[in-house]
Design a protein around this ligand. Structure first.
Ligand code: URP
Ligand code: ZN
Ligand code: ZN
Ligand code: ZN
Length: 469
């Protein structure tokens, strides 16, 4: 009997701490050996000249999430996880949005039903808490934490979702008591409402004004406030989708003071700017997301945050809407004002190639930093055991990359449900060519070979100790 189901031979393996040439032996979905000249497998794949990386983990994606009357997300679980696989990812962490009045159990049941049997890669859920009632805080959340739903997001902005400071404190308190991790969308809701009203009154309704309705102080102030609230409760937080230096500096200062404040940034803040929303007609709507892309100095700051470890994770914030679609970016209301353009852009397939090409190939970050930022840290922070690295005993979630393959990002070559990519035309050096989840090829030499339904749901361990307040 052979020792292994599969050997990946002679690739350059990279982890968060080192890179080296070796063979990987896989049996029953796990990495069981790493060494020189392994033999005895049903199948041997030659990875000479290729990079062999842990499959990406994207811990911030939105799939099939309700987005307002008449608006439909461009991806369901099938298309999103297919696109993610082509982009070198083996695990995604979508959100389950609680709408006002909903019980969290119902929310989770609904999302499990959407995901069940439809995922090409593994997945685990975060909750979005938009209605922190007494029963949600007192009973539902604690019970769900115990069942492996150990992280959730709260919003400081958006109608129907924004929590006030009292609610934020209540939620942070529950997280502390349970050892859960809270992700925070930090923008000042009242400031955005005020600025939006004034812009509309002045007839400034084109997509470009989305950026003007939430300038940097809106994000900086909320980031500072979120950190202060977490400090009061003494609980770890993750500030998601940080777009600029001032917010990044708030996080860095908190870290230097010893607070457990983590940060995330995303591709849009590295390669887009506010001027992308200036495109003619309504085309700027393709770039509308929150926080908005800023300027070149902000891009530099986000790179600095990645280089210095202020940001521990790099995620896509994939939130896809079709452009040429009444149920998407250009719903009738969206045409009337930026206020109604659904926020979010697609990016699940392009996250890793953008960071690899702009970061590793251009010498801004090391290959090891790339692995940490795109896989290992996500697994550690969110409690995905056996995921996010290449090591004996880990799941054989592996992306094989051709580091020299040059191809621009083009909508025609992507696999998501959106009808455009905001990253169109960016020249990329280095693309994932094959992707394995638990030892099975999902994508092989650029072809989908896995069937939907192969992806599993992953319950998670508590990221932190429970500590009563
Ligand atoms: O504009 C964005 N980022 N939409 C997605 C929802 C969120 O805030 O993450
Ligand atoms: Zn957000
Ligand atoms: Zn402009
Ligand atoms: Zn998001």
């Amino acid at each position: 009997m052979p020792n292994f189901d599969l050997i990946i031979r002679n690739g350059t393996i990279a982890t968060a701490s080192e890179s080296y040439k070796a063979d990987i032996g896989i049996r029953d979905g796990r990495i069981v050996a790493i060494g020189e000249a392994l033999t005895g497998a049903d199948e041997v794949v030659d990875a000479t000249g290729k990079l062999v990386l842990p499959g990406g983990i994207d811990s911030h994606v939105h799939i099939s999430q309700p987005s307002g009357p008449g608006i439909v997300m461009a991806d369901d679980f099938e298309s999103a996880t297919r696109a993610a696989a082509f982009g070198g990812n083996s695990t995604v962490m979508p959100y389950c949005l609680q709408q006002k009045g909903e019980s969290l159990r119902t929310v989770l049941k609904d999302y499990h039903a959407l995901a069940q049997g439809n995922c090409h890669i593994d997945h685990s859920f975060h909750l979005i808490i938009s209605d922190p009632t007494e029963s949600v805080l007192g009973q539902e959340l604690p019970a769900l934490f115990a069942n492996g739903y150990t992280s959730f997001k709260v919003f400081m902005t958006y109608e129907g979702m924004a929590l006030d400071d009292y609610e934020m404190l209540s939620v942070l308190e529950v997280a502390r008591e349970a050892g859960a991790l809270v992700q925070i969308h930090a923008e000042n809701y009242d400031a955005i409402r005020f600025l939006t009203d004034r812009l509309e009154r002045a007839g400034k309704t084109a997509p470009h004004f989305h950026g003007r309705s939430r300038p940097i102080p809106v994000e900086r102030e909320a980031t500072h406030r979120a950190i202060s609230l977490a400090e009061l409760i003494d609980v770890p937080i993750m500030i998601v989708h940080v777009s600029n230096r001032e917010a990044m500096e708030e996080i860095r200062r908190a870290q230097m003071r010893g607070l457990k404040v983590m940060g995330e940034t995303c591709p849009q803040y590295l390669v887009l700017t506010e001027s992308d929303m200036d495109r003619p007609g309504t085309e700027g709507a393709k770039y509308v997301c929150s926080p908005p892309p800023r300027d070149h100095a902000s891009q530099e700051a986000c790179w600095e945050g990645l280089q210095r470890g202020v940001f521990s994770v790099f995620s896509s914030d994939h939130c896809p809407f079709r452009y040429e679609d009444e149920a998407g970016k250009l719903a009738p209301k969206g045409r009337s004002s930026f206020r109604w353009v659904p926020n979010g852009i697609p990016g699940i397939e392009t996250r890793l190639p953008i960071l690899f090409s702009e970061g590793v190939v251009k010498g801004r970050i090391s290959l090891e930093q790339f692995v940490a930022l795109t896989a290992t840290n996500h697994a550690k922070i969110y409690g995905l055991s056996g995921k996010g690295s290449i090591a004996v005993g880990y799941d054989a979630d592996i992306a094989i990359w051709d580091p020299e393959l040059k191809r621009p990002i083009q909508q025609a070559g992507l696999h998501h449900g959106a009808d455009y990519t905001p990253f169109e035309g960016i020249e990329i050096t280095g693309w994932p060519v094959s992707l394995l989840v638990r030892g099975n090829f999902i994508v092989r030499e650029g072809e989908l070979v896995g069937a939907k339904g192969e992806g599993r749901y992953l319950p998670r361990a508590k990221p932190f100790q429970s500590r009563p307040l």
